[in-house]
Design a protein around this ligand. Structure first.
Ligand code: XMP
Length: 513
């Protein structure tokens, strides 16, 4: 049976994915689509409710983004957020103008007062902070609508027409700064749209397995396994669905973290699949010898990856299906024509171009990262695998500054492992988005016992971030840093100094190279 669906019409706002994640967190399935969707397409999609996102436009401008006219007459509940709210006001007989006075233009945290007799705010506190970001002002409320929220400075913050099930809010309920924001979305879904809460990962998993089984039939499936969350969950899904018809190619380029290659193998032992691990450390290190430029390292590794796959692909011959772990944020971004993201999700080395196959299957293409992790758990993948932090394709090659040698890689692996162990012990691992050790190419003087040492300096890097475009350095408590530092200098030979990176991005980057 099909899930109930919410349609999120995107008007160019920056929070479209966040809204979608919130809806799914409430156990209701949703998809983000462009605002240009026609009435026919909307009817075919058959949503139980529609959410208009915010957007940078002004509704009163001649060529501003507008939904298909007639959308308000479909009888489907609508929640308009920010620009989406102004669309309701503008097209249903109210008016929206540029806010000239300070009292109606609002940005940031704003104390807001709600009419809790409106279903949208039913059962919630009568006042709370909301997150505003609007330069336009709903001057006249459309006929038949009532005002359901105001702030200290702005009288028109939320409107509704309960009978027609049309709701608009000037603020952003989807961001964490809005108190009870999720509860408002929950009210919209359950009390207004009549959602049943039928979106669960367990159901999705069973349905997905069935679909994969019937599609693959007696065919063969090939998957490039990197050990990252997406490709691992994708592999587990196919393993569960078609078992021995799945071949996974896992290239160990020798630039992985301590025990990582074995962990990947171990995680898949419980399935009867054909896992080919190619130990190509010598080959990669050979190519990287003497190379110090970061971009050149990346290029060499990328090319070598393709070469290894190409050789393996030739051995395997023609396959029926290629499985890929593309996830929903990549799909949404690709739809916007964002070239950066398209490039990065082909990170595995452009495999499709080098393997002979009939069709690609991407079973995760409608899932967000946290849903992919949950699916992994349902499939029985170990926690270390589903919660794995992002790890760059070129691996430790861009964390050994300058020339890469086996000895340097071993030093880095030990130091990095201690760092990760201590962070996990201090239960800080869920608070930081990426943390790792780097082997600087600096040697410095130290003293050990009675002797002078001249050894490597290890740098620790840890960041908190939402999107990796900007990041802040993590405030790791001093006592934890102290333990990490003393363990590293005591347990890892040839390291006599530990540094902690306290720069944010920008101006730094997350990685050192
Ligand atoms: P930067 O260093 O650019 O890192 O601030 C942002 C995020 O991207 C990851 N990263 C990479 N991932 N191949 C990858 O697959 C790369 O060459 C690469 N360089 C950086 C980095 O780990 C961080 O999560």
């Amino acid at each position: 049976m099909e899930n109930q669906k919410i349609l999120i019409l995107n008007f160019g706002g920056q929070y479209d994915q966040l809204i979608a994640r919130r809806v799914r967190e409430c156990n209701v399935y949703c998809e983000v689509r462009p605002y240009t969707m026609t009435i026919g397409e909307i009817q075919e999609f058959n949503p139980i409710g529609i959410i208009f996102t915010g957007g940078p436009d002004s509704v009163y401008k001649e060529d501003s983004y507008r939904p298909a006219m007639g959308i308000f007459e479909l009888g489907i509940p609508i929640l308009g957020i920010c620009y989406g709210c102004q669309l309701l006001a503008h097209y249903l007989g109210g008016s929206v103008t540029a806010a000239k006075e300070e009292n109606v233009r609002e940005y940031g945290k704003t104390l807001t007062f709600y009419d809790t007799s409106s279903l949208l705010f039913d059962g919630l506190a009568e006042e709370g902070i909301s997150w505003m970001s609007h330069g336009d002002y709903m001057e006249k409320v459309p006929e038949g609508f009532q005002l359901t929220a105001h702030s200290e400075r702005c009288p028109n913050v939320a409107i509704c027409h309960e009978e027609r099930k049309l709701y608009g809010v000037q603020f952003h309920p989807e961001v964490n700064h809005t108190e009870n924001g999720i509860a408002m979305i929950h009210n919209f879904l359950y009390k207004i749209c009549g959602a049943a809460g039928d979106w669960t990962m367990e159901d999705y998993m069973y349905r997905c397995i069935e679909e994969i089984r019937s599609k693959v039939g007696s065919g063969q499936v090939l998957l490039a396994l990197s050990g990252g969350v997406d490709s691992s969950v994708c592999a587990a899904l196919f393993a569960e669905a078609v078992g021995s018809k799945l071949t996974c190619v896992f290239v160990d380029h020798g630039l992985l973290r301590k025990r990582e290659g074995d962990e990947v193998e171990d995680a898949f032992k419980k399935w009867d699949i054909n896992l080919i691990r190619i130990n190509a450390e010598k080959r990669f290190l050979g190519k990287l010898a003497g190379i110090t430029d970061p971009e050149e390292k990346r290029k060499i590794i990328g090319e070598e990856f393709i070469r290894v796959f190409e050789e393996e692909g030739k051995k395997i011959g023609k396959t029926d299906f290629l499985a890929q772990g593309t996830i929903y944020p990549d799909v949404i971004e690709s739809g916007k024509g964002n070239a950066e993201t398209i490039k990065s999700h082909h990170n595995v080395g452009g495999l499709p171009d080098f393997v002979d196959f009939k069709e690609i299957i991407e079973p995760l293409r409608l899932l967000f990262k946290d849903e992919v992790r949950e699916l992994g758990r349902q499939l029985g993948l170990p926690e270390y695998m589903v919660m794995r932090q992002p790890f760059p394709g070129p691996g430790l090659a861009i964390r050994v500054i300058g020339e890469i040698t086996e000895e340097k890689l071993d030093i880095l692996r030990e130091a990095d492992c201690i760092f990760r162990e201590e962070i996990a012990k201090a239960k800080l691992d869920t608070q930081m988005n990426q943390y790792f050790a780097v082997l600087t190419n600096m040697k410095s003087v130290g003293v050990m016992g009675d002797g002078r040492t001249y050894d490597w300096a290890v740098a620790l890097r840890s960041v908190t971030t939402e999107d990796f475009m900007t990041a802040d350095w993590s405030r790791i408590p001093y006592d934890v840093l102290d333990r990490i530092s003393s363990r590293i200098v005591n347990e890892v030979s040839h390291v006599n100094r530990v540094l902690y990176d306290i720069t944010s991005k920008p101006p730094s980057t997350v990685e050192f190279e």
